[in-house]
Design a protein around this ligand. Structure first.
Ligand code: PLP
Length: 390
């Protein structure tokens, strides 16, 4: 389709039933019936296209997959029950015992568990590197390195890694590169165009964008999906429910409006907060003082709705700040219509040791704010009032 991206998010992938419904239908069906035994046989041996069983194909789920693929510019997509199911499938689907994986240290907590704890239990070794240091990626590559994995911007410190350069290193070593693109959103960063082989999302975040359902998606070339992801998902079964796919599908229609507003709110709030006397540092991709501002300029088309900042306070002082917020609620989700704030060291990154946390810049004073759709001045006023309690 030659349409521009917003148009693809409204129309991409639409499958109309015989009733000609305007809004996409919700097909709550596990199975499908066949006119004849011959047709059933043909579906099973792939000589006739069509749906067979909702563990691996359902019209509503398929519309969500096709709409996301059209937007991302991917040949193929597979939806999953959650973001973690997408991450796990994209990695586990590629490796076997004896293989090796390189990943950036700064990963969403559960992603780090998969790489650091789960893969080694099945004989897949992993090396964690400082994602911003290209020399560390180069040094970590081994003849048996099968895939490299990173998220950028990272959770929670919003570091940005150079996807094109890391893709070159991975490919030179005969490995693939998988990007967890949640923090950038499908709007502001296009990893496949930058050289990555596979992109994964937790659709739970900006794609739903209204805090309702869990979901995930893996996007890649037809070959990558066929070789690595299709059978893994089809046979192990972490499929997206048609209801959740329908919620996500309708959400995609308004995603650009929401993400643009969340991002402009975050940019305004970051500018107001920067330099506040109670803050030690503020990190916002989109400000010129971001440590990787040059990489952001090269590979991102917008900032983020997330801001990280470090209070000049211990855990007790930081908790006083969080507890004093009235509008912004304490929650570990992100990308929601409502603004949400998280204390990573006691929640998402609690599993790490103190030295591991400090290595990632996760101190007791660090908080991560996900800006929602409220008025930017109400957000800023809430933050400024609470900072008085530090
Ligand atoms: C939330 C998140 C995940 C996991 O997604 P779920 O839908 O909660 O399973 C993975 N990676 C990143 C960066 C996330 O923010």
């Amino acid at each position: 389709m030659a349409y521009r991206s917003e148009t693809r998010l409204v129309h991409g992938g639409t499958l109309r039933s015989q009733f000609g419904e305007n809004s996409e239908a919700l097909f709550l069906t596990q199975g499908f019936v066949y006119d004849t035994a011959e047709q059933c046989e043909a579906r099973f041996n792939n000589s006739e296209p069509g749906f067979i069983y909702a563990r691996f194909s359902n019209p509503t789920v398929s519309m969500f997959e096709q709409r996301m693929a059209a937007f991302e510019g991917a040949e193929a997509a597979r939806a999953t029950a959650s973001g973690m199911a997408a991450v796990t499938a994209s990695l586990m689907g590629q490796v076997k015992a004896g293989d090796h994986v390189v990943a950036a240290k700064a990963l969403f907590g559960s992603c780090r568990y998969v790489v650091e704890e789960l893969l080694p239990r099945f004989g897949v070794e992993s090396t964690l590197v400082d994602g911003a240091d290209l020399a560390q990626w180069r040094d970590a590559m081994r003849p048996n390195t099968k895939t490299c994995f990173l998220e950028t911007p990272t959770n929670p410190t919003l570091e940005v890694y150079d996807i094109a350069e890391i893709a070159k290193i991975a490919h030179a070593g005969g490995a693939t590169l998988v990007i967890d693109n949640v923090f950038a959103t499908p709007m502001y960063q296009h990893p496949l165009a930058l050289g990555a082989d596979c992109v994964v999302y937790s659709a739970t975040k900006h794609i739903d964008g209204q805090g309702r359902v869990l979901g995930g998606i893996v996007l890649a070339s037809e070959k990558f999906i066929t070789d690595n992801v299709h059978q893994f998902l089809r046979q192990t079964g972490p499929s997206l429910s048609p209801f959740n796919a329908w919620v996500m599908l309708k959400s995609l229609e308004t995603m650009p409006l929401r993400v643009e507003k969340q991002t402009s709110n975050a940019a305004a709030v970051a500018d107001k907060l920067a330099g506040h006397k109670k803050l030690k540092r503020l990190i916002y991709p989109g400000r010129a003082d971001h440590p990787q501002a040059a990489t952001i300029k090269k590979q991102m088309e917008g900032g983020s709705n997330l801001i990280a900042f470090e209070l000049d306070a211990d855990k007790a002082g930081t908790f006083r700040f969080l507890n004093a917020l009235k509008l912004i609620r304490i929650s570990n989700n992100l990308g929601d219509a409502k603004s949400l704030i998280t204390h990573p060291s006691t929640t998402t990154h609690q599993r790490l040791t103190v030295p591991q946390r400090l290595e990632l810049g996760i101190t007791d004073g660090l908080v991560r704010l996900s800006c929602g759709l409220e008025h930017k001045d109400d957000l800023a006023e809430d933050l400024f009032a609470a900072l008085e309690q530090v």
